[in-house]
Design a protein around this ligand. Structure first.
Ligand SMILES: [Zn+2]
Ligand SMILES: [Zn+2]
Length: 178
């Protein structure tokens, strides 16, 4: 029987005592298969969450995690009980849809709805949070943001910097937000 050999690639050599995984950015190849690192894993889930978006102008997903566990998720869409953009059309003001609630805000709302504390979480966002979502994430106690697609809002960047919250770009950059 061929012994199973783990090959680690990553920035950290620390192993999670619970799962045995290596660092958050690392990947792990076991018996010819490659496992995603934690950032990749949660970003993949954020991308899947985004597929539930109900506004045709953007598909955005957000996952709030703590201690490598998912607490809540959110995608951009109309408030509960309000018509979806796909069904009744967007409400545009200044080129932005006012019908849909943003993904990050919905992730925070889901926490409130279910009484889940989200202080100390990491927010995995398919898109760089706008200024309003950034303010919500700051006040909700989010400690780190990882985003895939840049949507640069200088005020959001400034407020997050003032709050001391790192905002890390993930993967290949491309602008999709509208
Ligand atoms: Zn819309
Ligand atoms: Zn937003």
């Amino acid at each position: 029987m061929t012994p199973v050999r783990a090959v680690k690639h990553g920035r950290s050599n620390k192993r999670d005592p619970v799962s045995g995984d290596d660092g958050i950015l690392g990947t792990q190849a076991i018996s010819g298969t490659t496992r995603p690192g934690w950032d990749e894993y949660f970003m993949q889930i954020a991308r899947t969450v985004a597929t539930r978006a109900t506004c045709p102008r953007a598909s955005v997903g957000c996952v709030l995690t703590r201690d490598r566990r998912i607490l809540t998720t959110g995608y951009n869409g109309a408030p509960a009980g309000v018509g979806h953009c796909f069904d009744v059309g967007c409400l545009l003001v200044g080129g932005h849809c006012q019908r849909a609630t943003h993904a990050e805000a919905n992730a925070v709302v889901q926490a409130a709805l279910h009484g889940v504390g989200i202080s100390g979480t990491t927010a995995y966002c398919t898109h760089q949070p706008c200024v309003n979502c950034s303010k919500l994430l700051i006040s909700a106690g989010v400690k780190r943001i990882v985003y895939e697609f840049p949507y640069i809002d200088p005020i959001a960047v400034q407020l997050l910097a003032e709050a001391g919250i790192p905002s890390d770009a993930f993967g290949t950059m491309a602008s999709l937000h509208s």
